[in-house]
Ligand binder design. Structure first.
Ligand code: DSN
Length: 424
């Protein structure tokens, strides 16, 4: 019996139930994954008890000799993995990391540009109700009618509005992002170019998505999606060695200092040292040849799953995928995204409802669903399993009103899942 079982049975039981839910079903939300036991051990370690505001060697607290080493290892591994000269591993998660980037590069009231959430962007890329659309003059680009990024339209919009920063990145876009085209647009209008690669960073590491390193000014990634670490985020850039003690000019050479000062004291207090340690462990895993294989398999699985779904008559936005995810327009199946999410959930397949480009429905009850392969690939599923998963999705959607049928499907999926246990 664990300490938690003895002390707080209510919470212990809920954690066990969540573990069983994950183990007995198929996690297909493309931003989710299953971290290793080593990552979770570091995340649940005694480092959670330590304060260390500042950076290694420059802390406002005593007793930081070990957490300094942990943070330096995380930073070095991040730099090696992404081929940059500077890494800040302290942002508590993706939204604060993006907030720090705004704080570093632009001022309230400045014009910023990003992809609309409803076309596959993120809230922090300029959504009106988010800080990014409230305190900045946000201009949003969409996709073309087929769901592809339209670089000519983005260029035209940038030329019209002259943003000071372009926040490029996606959460529900199934195709490669052309960093060089975005660089040319940013250069033409004199904007900073930021790549939010939270979704695809694992694929960037494995070479299955072009890397923005050396092309964009700043890279941000969360650490818990395809990168398969703990919840957290990193900001990566090139430039002179960081001097977080001095307020720098906004130049490319000063990016490391600008970012570090924006994270603390600009935005956050103490870093989460347990999280930093777990990030270091995950980055260590990502540096192995096995992780490259993992990234390749995520992409292969997504390709097969998307082809199978299309054979079954599903309408995929952009007609397929280049990465780990797909957005499925359910309109031709006469079921809404919300209904599909619920039916698939009852069958043990977890996905999320999602808008499709130019969605006639509301974001709370949109036309589509978003699904991906990172978590299933972690459980060692390969192409044959993707074919079975596609067939189950089809059956669940066809029988979405029949709860008994969906429960039967869940039992079948639970049996199948036992051959693909969660890591460790
Ligand atoms: N919430 C994340 C996602 O699901 O894509 C983005 O931050």
């Amino acid at each position: 019996m664990s300490y938690l079982d003895k002390q707080d049975k209510k919470i212990a039981d809920l954690i066990k139930k969540e573990e069983a839910r994950q183990a007995n079903g198929l996690e297909m939300i493309p931003s989710e994954n299953h971290s290793s036991k080593a990552v979770r051990e570091a995340s649940g370690s005694i480092l959670t008890d330590k304060y260390s505001e500042g950076y290694p060697g420059m802390r406002y607290y005593g007793g930081c000799e070990f957490v300094d080493k942990v943070e330096n290892i995380a930073r070095d591994r991040a730099k090696e993995l992404f081929g940059v000269s500077h890494a800040n591993v302290q942002p508590h998660s993706g939204s604060p990391a993006n907030q720090a980037i705004y704080f570093a590069l632009v001022d309230p009231g400045d014009t910023v540009m990003g992809m609309s959430l409803y076309f596959g962007g993120h809230m922090t890329h300029g959504l009106k109700v988010n800080f990014s659309g409230t305190y900045y003059n946000s201009v949003q680009y969409t996709t073309d009618k087929d769901g592809f990024m339209d670089y000519e339209a983005i260029h035209a919009l940038a030329s019209e509005h002259k943003p000071k920063m372009i926040m490029a990145g996606t959460t529900a876009y199934p195709r490669f992002i052309d960093w060089k085209k975005l660089r040319a647009i940013a250069d033409d209008v004199g904007a900073w170019l930021v790549a939010d690669i939270s979704h695809i960073s694992g694929l960037v590491v494995s070479g299955d998505h072009p890397s923005p390193a050396g092309i964009v000014d700043v890279i941000m990634t969360t650490t818990h999606k395809t990168l398969r670490g703990p919840r957290g985020a990193m900001i990566l850039c090139n430039g002179n060695e960081s001097n977080p003690l001095k307020k720098p000019e906004r130049t490319k050479e000063n990016l490391p200092s600008l970012i570090d000062r924006a994270v603390i004291p600009g935005l956050q207090g103490g870093p989460h040292n347990h999280q930093t340690a777990a990030i270091a462990v995950a980055l260590g895993e990502a540096l192995t040849p096995e992780f490259k294989e993992y990234g390749h398999q995520i992409a292969k699985n997504a390709k097969v799953l998307s082809e199978e779904l299309m054979k079954l008559g599903f309408n995929l936005v952009t007609g397929g995928t280049d990465n780990h995810l797909m957005v499925v327009d359910m309109n031709n199946k006469n079921i809404s995204g919300k209904e599909a999410e619920k039916a698939l959930g009852l069958a043990g397949i977890t996905v999320n409802k999602n808008t499709v480009p130019f969605d006639p429905r509301s974001p709370f009850d949109p036309s589509g669903i978003r699904l991906g392969t990172p978590a299933l690939t972690t459980r060692s599923m390969k192409e044959p399993e993707m074919k079975r998963v596609a067939a189950w999705i089809d059956e669940a959607v066809k029988n979405y009103k029949d709860e008994k049928y969906l429960q039967g499907l869940h039992a079948e999926i639970t049996k199948f899942s036992q051959d693909f246990p969660l890591p460790n």
